[in-house]
Design a protein around this ligand. Structure first.
Ligand code: ADP
Ligand code: MG
Length: 195
């Protein structure tokens, strides 16, 4: 029911590969107290450092603690709201995404928002505000969200609500995908060829 794209667990996550992350913080987050409190969790990092992995893994733990959870990519969530809006079904979409106690929005910021999207996203965040939790993963620091949303007034209003009760995990670190390739010598040889 959570619509996870694949199976990932905290046990599978190599914290040694990402020294900037504190495993203790994740064990604490896995207890889902932040969800009980209706807090937001923002995980911001460049591609490949394990955001989606950790989002799914934490989502599974939250479900284990008894809370309903729904996973969606930002792109799919925004498309559904925008199509719903055009077809007079916005209310249905807002209700669908407001129902679970935890909504996980993965990959915010990879695609720029369409002109109407920031306003629709704002409506969703308002609807959920102080009722349920949101976890957002993204590749852009909060300071660039006005660019992501294409609307600085909306960005401020959204951040005002999200950051009111929130935990922010900012991961600096290198891509696990590229790290594996570098280890296998694939990435380096490709770079050399390109040079
Ligand atoms: P992101 O969402 O930040 O782009 P992903 O979570 O999709 O990154 O990670 C890319 C792939 O690498 C996934 O298959 C994920 O399971 C794996 N991965 C990333 N970081 C780690 C890690 N520290 N330990 C184990 N697997 C990892
Ligand atoms: Mg991802």
């Amino acid at each position: 029911m959570a619509k996870f794209p694949c199976e990932r667990t905290l046990d599978q996550f190599e914290f040694n590969a990402q020294p900037a992350l504190d495993p203790k913080q994740f064990r604490e987050l896995a207890l889902a107290r932040w969800v009980a409190n209706g807090d937001a969790l923002l995980m911001l990092a460049p591609p490949g450092v394990g955001k989606t992995h950790l989002a799914i893994a934490l989502g599974r733990e939250v479900i284990r603690c008894g809370y309903s959870t729904l996973f969606s990519t930002a792109a799919s969530l925004l498309t559904r709201h925008s199509v719903g809006h055009k077809k007079g079904r916005l209310e249905e979409e807002l209700a669908y995404f407001s129902k679970p106690k935890l909504l996980i929005i993965d990959e915010l910021g990879y695609l720029p928002f369409e002109p109407d999207a920031a306003h629709l996203f704002f409506q969703l965040i308002c609807r959920r505000y102080e009722k349920g939790s949101v976890m957002i993963t993204g590749n852009r620091p909060i300071g660039e969200w006005n660019v992501v949303f294409g609307d600085s007034v909306m960005a401020t209003a959204i951040l005002d609500r999200l950051l009111h009760h929130s935990h922010v995990v900012a991961i600096k670190g290198e891509s696990y995908r590229l790290r594996e390739k570098k280890r296998a010598g694939i990435f380096q040889s490709k770079m050399k060829r390109e040079n």
